[in-house]
Every structure is written in C-alpha cells, then in structure tokens.
Design a protein around this ligand. Structure first.
Ligand SMILES: Nc1ncnc2c1ncn2[C@@H]1O[C@H](COP(=O)(O)OP(=O)(O)OP(=O)(O)O)[C@@H](O)[C@H]1O
Ligand SMILES: CC(C)(CO)[C@@H](O)C(=O)[O-]
Ligand code: BAL
Length: 300
C-alpha cells in the first residue's frame, strides 16, 4: 500500500489533521510548491530523522516585490501531491492567501542585520515576508524540526537568527544544495524557477555554479584573498554575454563580507560557515547560488 498523504487547506483542517498525527515528532518542510528533487531531498532528510513530515505549499505574496514573478510563479499542486505521496509525506498544507492573510492582517516580523544586503538589498521587504510566513507556519504546525535548503543561504541565516532571537522551541536543519547532473548543465542548482528556461538556457545557467567552483579551485590552490577568489569566479561569469550580475561576494556566518581568509585564527567549523554567494539575472530570470569554500556537506 503506498503511503497516504493528507491534503488540508485551512488552519482548522490543519489542526485536526495534526491531532491525528500526534504524539509523533513533526518535521516541517516549507515550500512554495513546483516541487523538484531539491525539495525531495529535504523531505528525505526529515524522514531519516524519523519525523512525521508536514509539507507546506504556499506561494507567499508577502515576500514578492511589486515587479516580481508572484503571478507567473509555477503552481503545480497535483504534481506536488504526487511527489509528496511518493516521498512518504504525511500531510500537505496548501492554504490560500486569504487563509494566511485574512482581511485586517497586519503583523510583520523582520530580522534586521542578516536580512540586509545581498538579496535583502535587491528585493526590499523580501526577508520580512519570508520571516513572517515562516513564523506563522511554525506556529501553525509546531514542529520539532524545520528543514530549509542551503540553496537559499541568506534565507537560512535569517531563519536561524529568527529562531534564536525568539527562542523558538525547535531545531532548524539546513540541507545541502541538490544540483543537476544532466549532461551540459552539471552543477546547476535545482530551482523551481529553472522551469522558466529552455534546455539551452539551463545549460548556460550552470555558469553560476561553474563560477563558484572556479573560486573554490583557487582556494584549494592556496589563494586566501577574497578579491582574487572572486576574480576567478568573475572571469567565468563574464564568459556568459546574457548575464547581468547582481552580487558576487564572500561572507562569514553573520553575512559580513570578508576580505581575507586567515586560516590561523579560524576553526574548520567557522570556515564551513564562509560562503561564496552569487546572484544574477539571466534570460529575464533572477537566479542565486552559493557554495562553501570547501565542500563540507550538510549544516545543522
Ligand atoms: N536545489 C535545492 N537543494 C536543496 N534545497 C532546495 C533546493 N531548491 C530549493 N530548496 C529549498 O526548498 C525550500 C523551498 O524552496 P522553494 O519552494 O522556494 O523552491 P526553489 O526551487 O528555491 O524555488 P525558487 O525558484 O523560487 O528559488 C527552501 O528551503 C529551499 O532552500
Ligand atoms: C521558506 C519559504 C517557503 C517561505 O515562503 C520560501 O521562501 C521558500 O520556498 O524558500
Ligand atoms: N526560494 C526562495 C523564495 C523566493 O525566491 O521568493
């Protein structure tokens, strides 16, 4: 018998369905749907942790700017349910915008500092929208653990900060980025927005990953100046004529830009928090990617 995945749409239905799952430990996987192998990886990680898995599918209007792709964002609930069922998800919560933000809704949650710069600068209000909806989802589901992809690195840092600052009684689990292994587009970070691309454009979009790998290679060869590491990435990005760069940086775990890696004073743990970040627009689509200086696997 294939596992049965329940689908609910309202907070009241969610509460009733959660009662039926309790007292098992719950893992929440928040998504905006259009599920792919990256999302499947988060679900599998939650199941490995022996959690009952609640998956939310909600394209959150609060985190989109007025000129962004809220209306065009892919909505594929039937496909998402099939993937959720195949991966053994216990419950899918797919609310409407009206259920999440009924008339009179006012509250916003923001995490200054870590939300500023990078995507926070390019997408004003984005992380306030993310923090607000994530806190609402955590309150609705009350999981023991919640799973987020490293692909959205700054988002993961914002949510870790939110959980720490507000003493949220749960563990935030970061899961490493799943990348394409399709010939020609190897390394491309899986993303729902890749569905906007033709196969040829996807191959060219792998330039982001290749640029970060070039910086990693320079680091592995002994380079410790951020500017030189970033130049190595920049050469690769410049090889794509259609690419318009938003940012390319090396940051520490607090999202502060760093100029030089001083291995003497930095523990391996600290080093694993350093990230090369890139964001660029390609063929009208805004893409982000990031990599550690050294591949270190998942973070917790
Ligand atoms: N390739 C991936 N590897 C690991 N986690 C991922 C990957 N892509 C998305 N995720 C994670 O899945 C969760 C839901 O993300 P979301 O539904 O926005 O998908 P997405 O592919 O990131 O879409 P978008 O194109 O909007 O960036 C987030 O925690 C995100 O970091
Ligand atoms: C965390 C999230 C589901 C909040 O809407 C979204 O930002 C995403 O899919 O990464
Ligand atoms: N995966 C991040 C959600 C967003 O781009 O709005």
């Amino acid at each position: 018998m294939p596992p049965v995945t329940d689908l609910v749409h309202t907070p009241a239905e969610l509460r009733a369905a959660l009662r039926a799952l309790s007292p098992a430990p719950l893992g929440l996987v928040p998504t905006m749907g259009a599920l792919h192998e990256g999302h499947a990886h988060l679900i599998r990680r939650a199941r490995l942790d022996r959690q009952r898995v609640v998956l939310s599918v909600f394209v959150n209007p609060l985190q989109f700017g007025p000129n962004e792709d809220y209306a065009a964002y892919p909505r594929t609930l039937e496909h998402d349910l099939r993937l959720a069922e195949a991966e053994g998800v216990d419950l899918v919560f797919a609310p409407s915008a009206e259920q999440m933000y009924p008339p009179g809704y006012a509250t916003r949650v923001s995490v200054p500092g870590v939300s500023e710069g990078f995507d926070g600068a390019s997408r004003p209000g984005h992380f306030t929208g993310v923090a607000t909806v994530v806190l609402k989802l955590l309150n609705l589901v009350q999981p023991q653990r919640a799973y987020f992809g490293e692909k959205d690195w700054q988002q993961l840092m914002v949510i870790r900060h939110l959980a720490r600052d507000l003493n949220l009684p749960l563990e935030i689990v970061g899961v490493s980025t799943v990348r394409s292994d399709q010939p020609g587009e190897e390394g491309l970070a899986l993303s729902s927005r890749n569905s906007y691309f033709t196969p040829e454009q996807r191959r060219r979009a792998s330039v982001l990953a290749r640029s970060l790998q070039a910086a990693q290679a320079r680091y592995a060869a002994g380079e410790r100046q951020a500017s030189a590491l970033l130049s190595a990435a920049r050469v690769v990005l410049d090889s794509e004529p259609e690419l318009s760069l938003d940012y390319l940086s090396l940051v520490d775990g607090d999202m502060h830009e760093i100029e030089r890696i001083d291995n003497e004073g930095v523990s391996t743990l600290h080093l694993s928090e350093y990230r090369l970040l890139v964001a660029a627009r390609l063929f009208g689509v805004r893409l982000i990617d990031n990599m550690p200086l050294l591949s270190t696997g998942e973070t917790r």
